[in-house]
Write a new protein. Structure first.
Length: 353
């Protein structure tokens, strides 16, 4: 074995049950959306993945189009899996998704049975896996019947190529519809992956809101972009660094960093300092906070560009408790800021025609 995992890897990470299922996820999971494509050195990727598992992160989250280029994150993860993690397959939760533009023509996008099942086969091939633990519909498809999309997820599970079915970026109403169809097919909805952060609180809106809908159907949730694409870090407290994501217009535009939003971030940073946490650590802890019915979020999905950043982020689990005074103070600054990374991309704009 080239990589012997740490013997104490399960001693510090809390694990949370996903809805009413028998599955548990680590409180913090690692997403491979960024930093695992061909633009990142392979040895740096390896170090991040190894350290994550050593610290109890058992869940690695991917999608067919993660890179760059599209598919490269899965290909690279497949190499890491073969080299390091194959002996630990039964200790890992590996997920992937399909729903965004992946290959040319009318069959490589959105939510048809043709696309989803072909994409799953391709993902398994890239990663060298017999199955994934969770297969997601990455976004709702306004032109494909929900029965077809959910039927494809059911088929993926029944074929043994996925153990559980998930959805991402679905509205509360769409979530209830999807869950009902899956239940009738005999494959329960396991989990929803929405964007959620102190500056992106759409999941709390509506009647029912998303978390109330998930509670109704017994599903869990895993929040992506809990740091609002880097806004909820110390990165932008004193301006926009030249090498930052905002400066490069990569998933966060410079125009989004208005002085009003930055003042909110500075206010949150002050509260975090009073808790003895970095802003990023408090943002993760807030995602996982207890509420009257318990935390509605099963796991926070984070990225990492270095081992040090990963370790700093995972330290959030050392202080997940909030006083009512802290929550009230946070709510003064933690308001919807129109930075949902999936809001515009979930429409049918750009569909092949």
């Amino acid at each position: 074995m080239t990589y012997p995992a740490a013997g104490n890897r399960y001693e510090s990470m809390p694990y949370r049950r996903v809805g009413l299922s028998g599955l548990k996820l680590p409180a913090i999971s690692l997403g491979l959306w960024h930093n695992f494509g061909d633009d990142k050195r392979f040895d740096e990727q390896r170090a991040i993945l190894r350290r994550a598992f050593d610290l109890g992160v058992t869940h690695f989250d991917l999608a067919n189009n993660y890179g760059p280029p599209d598919g490269s994150a899965e290909t690279n993860f497949g190499r890491h899996f073969k080299d390091d993690f194959a002996p630990y397959r039964d200790e890992l939760i590996i997920s992937t998704k399909a729903g965004y533009d992946m290959w040319p023509g009318p069959y490589g996008n959105f939510g048809s049975r043709k696309y989803l099942l072909a994409s799953l086969d391709q993902s398994l091939g890239r990663m060298g896996l017999d199955y994934v633990d969770i297969f997601y519909s990455h976004r709702p498809d306004p032109e494909t019947p929900m029965e077809e999309t959910m039927g494809a997820l059911d088929q993926a599970v029944r074929s043994g190529k996925a153990l559980y079915a998930g959805i991402s970026s679905y509205t509360p109403e769409q979530t209830l519809e999807a869950a009902l169809i899956l239940k009738e097919l005999g494959t329960p909805l396991l989990i929803h992956q929405p964007s959620y952060s102190m500056l992106n609180r759409w999941t709390e809106n509506g009647a029912p809101n998303l978390y109330e809908a998930l509670d109704q159907v017994g599903a869990g949730s895993i929040a992506f972009s809990p740091l609002a694409q880097g806004m909820l870090t110390d990165r932008y407290l004193n301006g926009i660094p030249a090498d930052s994501r905002a400066a490069k217009e990569r998933f966060l535009s410079e125009s989004a960093l208005t002085e009003d939003k930055l003042n909110r971030v500075r206010g949150l940073n002050t509260i975090a300092a009073g808790r003895g946490q970095s802003l990023a650590q408090m943002a993760i802890a807030w995602i996982l906070r207890d509420q009257p019915k318990g935390s509605p979020v099963t796991s926070a999905l984070v990225g990492a560009s270095s081992v040090q950043q990963l370790e700093d982020t995972l330290s959030a689990i050392n202080n997940l408790a909030f006083t009512q005074e802290e929550l009230t103070a946070i709510d003064e600054f933690a308001v919807e800021s129109d930075i949902n990374p999936r809001a515009e991309k979930s429409s049918a704009v750009g569909r092949w025609s």
